[in-house]
Design a protein around this ligand. Structure first.
Ligand code: FEO
Length: 169
């Protein structure tokens, strides 16, 4: 059973995940405008992944006796000076999400809510992966700074990413 505090925090995190999808779609639009279709496609795949993260929270809340509360989603940042800035912004956002997941885990621990802890474990692991993948692209962007050819090659590589729906829970 959810405490009110944990249920509210789960709803807040569901919003953060859906907001992430909205943000990465906005960043995809920025890359489209910059004629970098591979980066744009990579960000759309990321947005789809974030939708599945939000849906996981929705499903768990329903199944574990909680009550969903879909909160308003603020507008994301749409414009960036450079691809590097867009990835710095994204990595900062992922670091924020990691901190929020860790706070949720602390709360689930305090409540002795074992089901919530097991559910959140997937997100703890996922955030390590998310920070690593954003961090790697950020490093690659730093390496190709000022090198148009390098940027186009990176764009082609990122365009290979495909969306794989997660296995059913
Ligand atoms: Fe679902 Fe990228 O955090």
């Amino acid at each position: 059973m959810f405490s009110k505090e944990l249920q509210d925090a789960f709803n807040e995190q569901m919003k953060n995940e859906f907001f992430s999808a909205y943000l990465y779609m906005a960043i995809s639009g920025y890359f489209e405008a910059e004629d970098l279709p591979g980066f744009a496609s990579w960000m759309r795949v990321q947005a789809l992944e974030e939708m599945t993260h939000g849906e996981k929270f929705f499903h768990f809340l329903c199944e574990a006796g909680g009550r969903t509360n879909l909160l308003p989603i603020e507008g994301p940042k749409n414009d960036f000076k450079t691809p590097l800035e867009a990835f710095e912004f994204s990595l900062n956002h992922e670091q924020f999400v990691t901190a929020e997941i860790n706070k949720l885990m602390d709360l689930a621990n305090k409540d002795n809510n074992h089901a919530a802890k097991i559910f959140l474990q997937w997100f703890v692991t996922e955030q390590v992966e998310e920070e690593a993948s954003f961090g790697l692209i950020l490093k690659q962007l730093k390496r190709v700074e000022g090198d148009g050819r390098g940027l186009i090659m990176l764009d082609q590589e990122l365009g290979q990413r495909v969306f794989t729906p997660p296995a059913a829970a």
